[in-house]
Ligand binder design. Structure first.
Ligand SMILES: C[S@@+](CC[C@H](N)C(=O)[O-])C[C@H]1O[C@@H](n2cnc3c(N)ncnc32)[C@H](O)[C@@H]1O
Length: 376
């Protein structure tokens, strides 16, 4: 796989995360290349230019623009780690970049804002709202993305919150959108997080903008909640890929004596889970971890792991992350510990589960979903 990004700013070695043996995908896309080429030809950047990069996938923009000390903001732990890894791989000092998470916005005004259009429209909306007070009539604002990832709804949001947009020509199926700030547009209040009441319970579920199924209970999650493990003696329980924390919340409700660990690679997900849990159990302790799966968990330290795995990372679809979560679970479970997984029937997770755990039990299924249990 091609790992050398060749742009007017220089040549840079770039890797994706998580690393995979036979990686077929590059750590950047044609929109990154287009944007970097545009900047070098049209913008006179200096280290005094206050640059904000939003949603850089694996650090391609941050690495290429490192000489200008940009600030980069992302909701993904893996993006953040990839950016650090790619800085190190190119012998760039980490103090060239200020990395922030999606709930920690800078406060100073900006000269240049570069937005990689995210998959989730609500995240884009929240980011545009957060940007409003940081912009002046002089700020240059450029959004970049693959044409197929920028439907009319994306343009409408930019016009609603910032001002008129102008498209570039498309190049290798990528496009830039130039946004001029309309200073007459009033700043909006951030509508996130949003809350909903979990059916048949008194629990309120907190959802930041980038959270899976933020407006209502997902049908797969509902099915999982109907079949959660009962009668276990599990002391240490992980909600792996916790999103808003709804699965861990219900497990905590059944198992009042157990300790819950909520894990997600999205900062907004973990913040949502933390708030969901706090609203439900004011004084109860739990752990909330923004990290890549179970990488930071000790071997044989958990009794029960429940997981509704992600089926895509940013724009890439596949079983890879689920597979890595199953392998990690095998390491992290105590002997006799259990992993419970829900998946779309067509994802056929039982094949990988059988390879790793030898046997599996089908706990429940309907036309769309299956729940499997494996025991270490
Ligand atoms: C299908 S959602 C499930 C959310 C929630 N548990 C539910 O059932 O409603 C999968 C979650 O996995 C998270 N995720 C993706 N990659 C991850 C990784 N490498 N480590 C931890 N969590 C990850 C996503 O951010 C997302 O919140």
């Amino acid at each position: 796989m091609e790992t050398l990004l060749n742009v007017p700013e220089g040549q840079f070695e770039l890797q994706r995360l998580p690393q995979r043996k036979h990686e077929k995908l590059r750590a950047w896309d044609a929109a990154d290349e287009y944007l970097l080429q545009y900047l070098s030809e049209n913008c006179n950047l200096s280290s005094a230019t206050r640059i904000l990069i939003v949603n850089d996938s694996f650090g391609a923009l941050a690495v290429a623009l490192h000489r200008f000390n940009p600030v980069a903001i992302s909701d993904s732990y893996l993006s953040r780690q990839a950016t650090l890894l790619n800085f190190a791989a190119n012998d760039l000092p980490e103090d060239c970049i200020q990395l922030r998470n999606s709930l920690d916005w800078p406060e100073q005004q900006l000269d240049l804002v570069l937005i990689k259009v995210p998959k989730t429209l609500a995240l884009l909306e929240q980011q545009l709202i957060q940007l409003q007070p940081l912009l002046t009539a002089e700020t240059k604002i450029i959004a970049a993305g693959m044409v197929k990832a920028m439907p009319a709804s994306v343009w409408k949001l930019m016009e609603r919150y910032l001002g008129p947009t102008k498209p570039s020509l498309a190049k290798k199926k990528a496009r830039l959108i130039f946004i001029s700030l309309n200073t007459q547009i009033a700043w909006s209040a951030n509508p996130y997080p949003v809350y909903y009441q979990l059916e048949n319970t008194g629990f309120r579920i907190c959802n930041h903008a980038n959270v899976f199924s933020r407006e209502s209970l997902d049908i797969g999650t509902r099915f999982l909640l109907q079949h959660l493990p009962k009668n276990t003696n599990a002391k240490d329980i992980v909600d792996l890929g916790c999103g808003n924390g709804i699965v861990g919340l219900m497990l905590a409700d059944y198992y009042r004596e157990s300790h819950l660990y909520f894990v997600d690679e999205s900062y907004m997900a973990v913040a949502s889970a933390k708030e969901t849990f706090r609203l439900a159990f004011d004084h109860r302790q739990a752990d909330f971890c923004v990290t890549d799966g179970l990488t930071e968990f000790e071997t044989e330290s958990m009794d029960l792991i429940v997981c509704n795995p992600p089926f895509h990372q940013q724009n890439t679809v596949g079983n890879q992350i689920a597979l890595s979560m199953f392998k990690q679970s095998q390491r992290v479970l105590r002997k006799g510990g259990e992993l419970w997984v829900i998946g779309n029937r067509h994802l056929a997770y039982h094949i990988d589960l059988k390879k790793i755990f030898k046997e599996y039990n089908e706990i429940a299924s309907n036309a769309k979903f299956v729940i499997w249990q494996v025991i270490k």
